[in-house]
Design a protein around this ligand. Structure first.
Ligand code: GTP
Ligand code: MG
Length: 207
């Protein structure tokens, strides 16, 4: 029996940004993608996962990430930071280009293992998030849920928001998608997430 050496996420390196899916031709490693409403905390989560301060750029200004950004982790897997959906402050035409890029990537990537929908645990369920989850279900895109910002409100509020979201999901999915509860600030759930990713990579390498 062979075991893949453990994955050190701190060795993640920015690989490339793509503005067209056709450009993504040279990658063979499984891709773990992250998406969500603008400002949900995607870049912060990727930085927490990789113990970096600013590998994925974070900002308080929505709409910062506008390309498909690939990060290599030890030539074993890729983390993919996708553009946020649902910008308010970007022109409609630009928004359509992002949406097309996201759609094309999710439907056409040969190596996408899962796309994690990041869901803000500090607010009640948002329609755009549920629509995205439903779209993944309809198109058989493998999707998981990562609740973010679990530190931001009182735990009772956070619990109620997450339960409400899962209740909505149970109407859409026969089997609930894999779910993680995280905070980039307190690092809650980050290790659980990295261990899960590592397990998936191991099971691909040694089914
Ligand atoms: P775009 O790339 O602009 O779509 O945003 P993003 O989803 O990458 O969000 P980003 O990581 O830039 O974070 C947005 C804001 O949320 C920043 O002000 C972060 O400091 C804050 N934030 C991110 N994660 C957390 C968290 O776990 N807890 C709290 N309280 N705030 C967070
Ligand atoms: Mg970002």
């Amino acid at each position: 029996m062979f075991y893949l050496r453990s994955v050190n996420f701190a060795n993640a390196k920015f690989l490339r940004s793509y503005s067209l899916v056709e450009q993504i031709t040279d990658n063979k490693n499984p891709e773990f993608a992250f998406i969500g409403r603008s400002n949900v905390g995607k870049s912060s989560l990727i930085n927490a996962l990789t113990s970096k301060k600013d590998m994925a750029k974070t900002s308080a200004k929505p709409g910062k990430t506008q390309l498909v950004n690939f990060f290599d982790v030890e030539s074993i897997l890729n983390l993919v930071d996708l553009p946020g959906y649902g910008y308010a402050k970007v022109s409609k035409q630009k928004r359509e280009v992002f949406e097309e890029l996201i759609t094309e990537y999710l439907l056409r990537s040969d190596n996408l293992f899962i796309v994690f929908a990041l869901i803000d645990a500090a607010i009640p369920p948002q329609r755009i998030d549920l629509e995205f989850m439903a779209w993944c279900g309809e198109h058989r895109v493998p999707v998981g849920v990562i609740f973010t910002k679990t530190d931001k409100k009182k735990s009772k509020i956070v619990e109620a928001n997450m339960t409400a979201f899962e209740d909505e999901l149970s109407r859409l999915f026969e089997h609930l998608p894999v779910t993680f509860e995280t905070s980039a600030n307190t690092k809650q759930g980050i290790e659980t997430l990295s261990e899960w990713i590592e397990e998936q990579v191991q099971s691909i390498a040694h089914p």
